[in-house]
Ligand binder design. Structure first.
Ligand code: NAP
Length: 433
């Protein structure tokens, strides 16, 4: 009997789950990939840096999945608003939450609500043309910007602030961001880490890129680097990353107008300013058992923009258990919330790993569904969902609509750029007609 599966979230986790289900059940399963946006691909479209097009090429693989037998994309549907989770559980044999972790983890320091303090989800969404953040005010008139966190998202944000518009022109960065960055006065970009170079989670390629920017030079204080012999204990990837940092520390200061300052062993304690962010106050730290411990020594980093790149939380969904401490759904080892309801990707494991890390998640969840659903309900779930949404006047989008929108975006791209994104829901729905 046909198995009906709803996957909520059309990002990498959702598509790898669909791919695993297709592999297991072939065309005998009906798979609806439902997303709150009219467009598919989640973080590939709105999270991966616009100047990292080779990573975005994986969307071709997701397209092939979506064109597989029995697979549909159902866009512009918000779970909890347009349809409830218990309704989906009645219609489908299994519901998989592949909704990612879209909410910025709060900084939780005094002044973190001042204008000019942004989470990386918002800043990245802004330069990637995510409809939620297209209207974000990003203050770029101060010479300083502080980026908190020592992960790849921090590097992405620093690189976007540091690149020239010419370097960005051939990416799919949103036009509103290119225009704002063209006027940017930011010259000192501070990447603030509460621990040291050996504890950072940057990766080699991303770190290496910082050494090849047209108008920006990375600066590392030699005193922040541990003795070189200690690099031997690192795994090979981290050793290469730290080698880049050592090279930056050894490179004489040139005349590039922008400096990316690595501020290791600095814990953010407050954002201060008169009605807006004007400086980030940091406390020097030392390591104790691998943890950052404050020394009481405070410094001010002058900045009009603070971007917290410190991790994300999954959004709550009415009717779904949520672990506040973990910031995601509580799951067992296979990704099961309870029989019939599952999670994959960041909604299952938290915000870590590369795009490909989501692939095994999909297989694990599909195995759990296979074990749990021994007697499919036998209904026509896609028809039931369509009827329910139509009765509520919900305007859905399907994969053909996306293909038309995709072609439109490609056709209006800047010379050399892959596409120019539409950044408003109204514009997208208007184009689809
Ligand atoms: P991440 O790698 O987990 O880094 C988060 C950083 O935030 C850590 O340095 C952490 O420091 C710091 N942090 C957390 N809470 C803090 C606080 N309250 N105050 C100060 N610092 C705090 O996360 P991410 O950069 O958001 O990246 C998420 C995932 O996406 C990662 O797996 C990343 O590799 C991946 N990603 C990959 C790429 C790529 O491959 N090109 C690009 C972007 C993202 P501690 O270590 O001290 O906790």
């Amino acid at each position: 009997m046909t198995l009906n599966i709803a996957i909520i979230g059309a990002g990498p986790a959702g598509y790898y789950t669909a791919e695993a289900a297709l592999k297991r059940w072939g065309g005998t399963a009906r798979i609806d990939i439902i997303d709150r946006l009219p467009t598919p691909y989640g973080l590939i479209r709105a999270g991966v840096a616009p100047d990292h097009q080779s990573i975005k090429a994986v969307s071709k693989r997701y397209e092939a999945t979506n064109l597989g037998a029995g697979v549909r994309f159902v866009g512009n549907v918000v779970i909890g608003r347009d349809v409830q989770i218990d309704e989906l559980l009645k219609i489908y044999d299994a519901v998989v939450l592949s909704v990612g972790a879209p909410h910025d983890k709060p900084l939780g320091i005094p002044g973190d609500d001042l204008p000019g303090v942004l989470g990386s989800g918002a800043f990245v969404g802004w330069y990637n043309g995510h409809p939620d953040f297209a209207g974000l005010q990003v203050p770029l008139s101060h010479h300083g910007a502080a980026i908190i966190g020592n992960g790849n998202v921090a590097i992405d944000c620093a690189r976007i602030l540091a690149k020239t518009c010419e370097e960005l022109e051939t990416s799919d960065i949103a036009q509103h961001s290119v225009e704002a960055l063209r006027q940017s006065a930011v010259r000192d970009i501070h990447i603030v880490g509460r621990r040291g170079p050996h504890q950072a989670s940057f990766t080699t390629k991303e770190m290496g890129e910082l050494g090849h920017l047209e108008r920006a030079q990375p600066l590392v204080k030699p005193g922040d680097l541990p003795p070189i012999e200690e690099d031997a204990a690192l795994d090979p990837g981290d050793r290469k990353t730290v080698t880049h940092l050592r090279n930056f520390a050894a490179t004489p200061r040139g005349d590039k107008p922008i400096t990316v300052h690595f501020e290791f062993f600095r814990r953010p304690v407050a954002v201060e300013g008169n009605g807006k962010a004007e400086r980030l106050i940091v406390e020097t730290t030392r390591l104790e058992d691998g943890k950052a411990v404050g020394t009481g020594e405070l410094h001010a980093i002058p900045c009009g923009l603070v971007i917290a790149c410190i991790g994300y939380r999954t959004a709550t969904i009415p009717g779904v258990p949520y672990d506040e401490g973990l910031g995601r759904f509580p799951v067992d080892a296979a990704g099961r919330i309870f029989k019939g309801l599952y999670a994959s990707g960041w909604a299952r494991r938290g915000p870590s790993g590369t795009i490909g890390t989501n692939r095994p998640d999909g297989f694990a969840v599909v195995d759990a569904i296979g074990a749990d659903v021994t007697a499919p309900n036998g209904g026509d779930a896609p028809a039931a969902l369509d009827a329910l949404l139509a009765a509520r006047g919900v305007r859905t989008t399907h994969f053909g609509n996306w293909q038309a929108l995709d072609a439109h975006e490609v056709s209006r791209a800047r010379p050399g750029a892959p596409r120019e994104k539409l950044v408003s829901l109204a514009e997208m729905l208007g184009l689809i007609g």
